[in-house]
Design a binder for this molecule. Sequence first.
Ligand SMILES: Cc1cc2nc3c(=O)[nH]c(=O)nc-3n(C[C@H](O)[C@H](O)[C@H](O)COP(=O)(O)O)c2cc1C
Length: 396
Amino acid sequence: MKNERKVLRNKSILIGVTGGVAAYKAVDLIRRLREEGSSVTVIMTEAAKNFITPLSLEVASQNRVYSDLFSDPLAHIMLPANADIMVIAPATANIIGKFARGIADNLLSTSLLSFRGKLIIAPAMNWRMYENPIFQENLRYLLSRGVIQVGPEKGALACGEEGMGRMSGVSEIVESIKSSITKKDLVKEKVIVTAGPTREYFDPVRFISNRSSGRMGYAIASAALRRGAQVTLISGHSSLNPTKGVNFIPVETAADMLDAVNKELNLSTVLIMSAAVSDFMPAEKHKNKIEKSGELLLRLNKTPDILSEIGKKKNRPFIIGFAAETGGRIERAEKKLKEKNMDMIIFNDVTEAGSGFDVDTNRVVIIDKEKKIELPLLSKNSVADAILERLVEIRA
Ligand SMILES: Cc1cc2nc3c(=O)[nH]c(=O)nc-3n(C[C@H](O)[C@H](O)[C@H](O)COP(=O)(O)O)c2cc1C
């Protein structure tokens, strides 16, 4: 899509694949990076060839795969010099140890020494190796030199044991690469993002709710974290996983959400309300499941209006709200901005194709007290970045 804000577009990424069981995951990583618009070149070690073929990596990267130091005499200088970012995934205890001690005995270790840019490593190994103090010392040394570590995770390991050492998921590695090259223009901000629908119960198993996947809010939380903000995500039910590093608070009802927002409000500088909070809740909640017999009449009360409540507070944060309207009624969003004492409102017409629920795209208008920015149809990730760019501009 035109105007997409893809952080990794046109970046040149040099991937080092080393000899661990997780080497097969490099294929998926390469594919994802190419989808993000990056070009990928691979250096694999001899040991890695025991776990994955050079051909698989060649096909995934649509590029030559390098591994011998002497058959391409300039590769250890030219490949790193032409790369914006270097990623070692998986990174064995061996390559981490060698790099920490400045050993340059193959194409990958030599390239690591000649590289000058951002380096991300995704360690993967058996937990006994990972916890070894010699390995830990090597790792600490690299981190102290500015190397970025992603993972590993705790879980079932290839050897059949459980423990710390499983390579991070591909999404997390991609997120870490994006974060490494994102300007940290929100470091001073403590941001609360609300997302997803609330559920208002009328008996223990039944509720009324709103349509919402939570995608917009989760995208905003990730984008704010990448820009250096401290992020709390307060979310109603969603099938999405919050990005690691986000303070995640799951909630169910509008009252729970208001409660959680109030608790987190202290010291927060920005509140972004993208949740689809139910406007109504059943007037009474039955203790037991209601018998299925004849018709059921539900009386509904208004739920607490979180935005208005926070908007009235004296030391309130910068407030961004969302107005999901049907039928292009932008004036309603403008009215809401004033009435609820918000600083910015994001208008979208949920009846428009590609906008709104259960899709990855949205077409929005960013409205604040000074201007209106009409955006084309964009991915929700790009919409999130556009909103945060405007936030940075206003708060500069
Ligand atoms: C079946 C098998 C699995 C292995 N898995 C890993 C691993 O996950 N992580 C690791 O650090 N080493 C692992 N090793 C050991 C490395 O392959 C070995 O240290 C090798 O020298 C690494 O070389 P490289 O760093 O040049 O790729 C494994 C070895 C075998 C035989």
